[in-house]
Design a protein around this ligand. Structure first.
Ligand SMILES: [Zn+2]
Length: 500
C-alpha cells in the first residue's frame, strides 16, 4: 500500500506523491519565542516529528524546515517589559525550545531560520505583491495585502476552508497578527513603526517598520524550499488566518501553487478541559518534567492518539505511559539477551526486517494517514507474542535477532525506546532516566534506590557537568605474576601483584 495523508487543501485522504520522487520538502510552523512552549504546542511538534520520521522510514530524503518567529506582536509586548535586547530575550526561549525538543526526542529540523535574519527576503516578497497590485500602502505607512484585489486577479482566498464572504465581516483592515476568525480582513505585510514598538524596527522602502507574522513564513519557506514544495504542517488553529494568508501571499507573488499537501494536527485538552492558567491545567513541558515525568513518557502519551483527533492529555495517562514503556523495555531487554553479540545473525536479521509481521502491520497502519492506533496495536500484539515465546523458551536466536532488529526499525519512527547502545542496554538507560526524574523532584530516596539497583546490575553513575554518565563496573581480576629471574646477582624471583 502506498502512503496516504489527509490533505486539508483537498479535504480528502490522498496518495502522497512528492514533487521530486524520493525527496520531500517539509515546512512546520515553529515557535513564537516569547515564553516556554506548552503541551498543546508540543503535541503539534511531536506530530511533525512523527511525519518526518515516518517519511525517512519510508526511504524519503526529507528536508525539514522549522521557522523561529522572533519578531511579532506578543514578543514585543513581553520583551518591552524586560531590560534586555530583543535577541537576548528571544534567544533564551529559543534555546529552551531546542532543549525541550531534544527532551522529547524530536529530530532536529535541518533548517531553523529566524524571521529577524530574513528581513531582506520579506521586503522583496512584499515588493512583488505591490508590483502585482495586490498590496498597498495605507495612510498609516503600513503595507497591507488586499484580499479584494487578490480575488479579482482570479485567485481563491479560502483554499483551506470555505469562507462565506457574505456572512463574514469583510473589508476591514487589521494590523494585528492575531485577528478575529470571523473577519476576512486585509492583513498587514509590513507594519509601520509605532510608539509601542520601541527600538524594534528595520528600514524599508516604506519607512521604518517590521514584518507581519504571516509574511515571515511565506518568505522563509520559499527561500529554502522553493516557490512550490511538498508538505506544510501546523496546528489546526493556524488554518485561518495564518495558513490561508501564507497561501495568498505566496501564490499572489509567484503565481505558482504554494504547497501540495497541508497537514493539520488537532487540539489538545488537558484533563478534559481546554487548557487555561486559571483552571490550573496549563502545563509547559518543563512543568511536567518537574513533576517527575520523563520526556519519553510525555512523547509516548502524545503519540497515542491520531493526529486529527482531539486528544485528552491527563497525568493519569502519563502513569499509563510509564507502565507501557516498562513493558516494552522489559521485552526488548530480554530479546537483547537472547541475541547476545551474534553480529552475523544480526546482519541477517536486518535483511529480514521488512518481512517481519511487526514491520508489515506497522507500515500498513501508518501508510493509512498515520493510523497510530493500529500501529500501536501491531506493537502490543508483537510484545505479547514475543513475551509468550520467550516464557515458553520457544524463540530461537535467529528469530529473536529478526524481532530485535524489527523493533529497532519501528522505534526509528516512534522514538520511544531508550536508545540501546553497545555500552548500555535499554533497560539500564531507562533506569538512569527514572533516576534523573526522581532527582529533579528531589526524591532522593527513590533516586538512591535506583542507583543501588543499577550498581547491582553492574553499572555505576558518574555525575559530570554535562550530565550523568553510565560506566560499567569492571570485574576485577588479580593476577599473580611470578617472573623468574636469572640475574647475575642471584636475587630471588620477584613478584608482581596488580589489578586490571
Ligand atoms: Zn507559519
Amino acid at each position: 500500500m502506498s502512503l496516504k495523508f489527509f490533505n486539508t487543501l483537498s479535504r480528502s485522504v490522498q496518495e502522497f506523491a512528492p514533487l521530486t520522487p524520493g525527496k520531500v520538502g517539509m515546512y512546520c510552523c515553529g515557535p513564537t519565542v516569547y515564553d516556554f512552549a506548552h503541551i498543546g504546542n508540543w503535541r503539534t511538534f511531536v506530530f511533525g516529528d512523527l511525519v518526518r520520521r515516518y517519511l525517512e522510514f519510508k526511504g524519503y530524503e526529507v528536508r525539514h524546515v522549522m521557522n523561529i518567529t522572533d519578531v511579532e506582536d506578543k514578543i514585543i509586548r513581553r520583551f518591552r517589559e524586560t531590560k534586555t535586547s530583543l535577541r537576548e530575550f528571544t534567544g533564551k526561549f529559543e534555546a529552551a525550545f531546542f532543549e525541550d525538543l531534544k527532551a522529547l526526542n524530536c529530530r532536529m529540523p535541518h533548517e531553523t531560520p529566524r524571521a529577524t535574519e530574513h528581513i531582506a527576503e520579506i521586503i522583496s516578497l512584499i515588493e512583488q505583491l505591490l508590483a502585482h497590485g495586490i498590496a498597498y500602502q495605507a495612510a498609516d505607512g503600513s503595507v497591507y495585502f488586499s484580499i479584494e484585489k487578490y480575488r479579482a486577479s482570479g485567485r481563491t482566498y479560502g483554499q483551506l476552508l470555505k469562507l462565506n464572504f457574505e456572512e463574514m465581516r469583510a473589508g476591514e483592515r487589521v494590523k494585528s497578527d492575531d485577528y478575529a476568525k470571523e473577519a476576512v480582513a486585509d492583513f498587514a505585510l509590513w507594519k509601520a513603526r509605532a510608539a509601542d514598538d520601541g527600538e524594534v524596527s528595520w528600514p524599508s522602502p516604506w519607512g521604518e517598520g517590521r514584518p507581519g507574522w504571516h509574511i515571515e513564513c511565506s518568505a522563509m519557506s520559499m527561500k529554502i524550499l522553493g516557490p512550490t514544495f511538498d508538505l506544510h504542517l501546523g496546528g489546526e488553529d493556524l488554518i485561518f488566518p495564518h495558513h490561508e494568508d501564507e497561501i495568498a501571499q505566496s501564490e499572489g507573488a509567484t503565481g505558482k501553487p504554494f504547497v501540495k499537501y497541508w497537514l493539520h494536527g488537532a487540539h489538545l485538552l488537558v484533563e478534559g478541559k481546554k487548557m487555561s492558567k486559571s483552571l490550573g491545567n496549563f502545563f509547559t513541558l518543563r512543568d511536567l518534567l518537574a513533576k517527575g515525568f520523563t520526556g519519553r513518557e510525555i512523547r509516548y502519551s502524545l503519540l497515542t492518539a491520531h493526529y486529527r483527533e482531539t486528544f485528552n492529555f491527563t497525568l493519569g495517562g502519563l502513569e499509563g505511559a510509564r507502565a507501557a514503556l516498562a513493558r516494552i523495555d522489559g521485552c526488548v531487554a530480554k530479546l537483547r539477551e537472547i541475541v547476545g553479540s551474534d553480529t552475523l545473525s544480526r546482519v541477517q536479521a536486518d535483511q529480514q526486517v521488512g518481512r517481519t509481521e511487526l514491520v508489515a502491520h506497522f507500515t500498513e497502519a501508518l501508510d493509512d494517514d498515520l493510523n497510530i492506533s493500529a500501529a500501536w496495536a501491531a506493537v502490543f500484539d508483537w510484545l505479547r507474542e514475543t513475551n509468550r515465546r520467550i516464557a515458553e523458551k520457544n524463540l530461537p536466536p535467529d528469530e529473536a535477532s529478526a524481532s530485535f532488529a524489527a523493533w529497532g526499525k519501528i522505534n526509528s519512527v516512534l522514538g520511544i525506546s531508550a536508545v540501546a547502545t553497545a555500552e548500555a542496554p535499554a533497560e539500564i538507560l531507562a533506569l538512569l532516566e527514572q533516576r534523573q526524574a526522581a532527582r529533579k523532584v528531589k526524591d532522593f530516596k527513590h533516586s538512591d534506590a535506583i542507583r543501588d539497583e543499577l550498581k547491582a546490575k553492574g553499572w555505576v553513575i558518574e555525575d559530570t557537568p554535562k550530565g550523568p554518565k553510565l560506566k560499567k563496573v569492571k570485574k576485577h581480576r588479580t593476577f599473580n605474576l611470578q617472573l623468574p629471574t636469572s640475574n647475575a646477582c642471584g636475587n630471588e624471583c620477584w613478584k608482581l601483584n596488580f589489578e586490571c
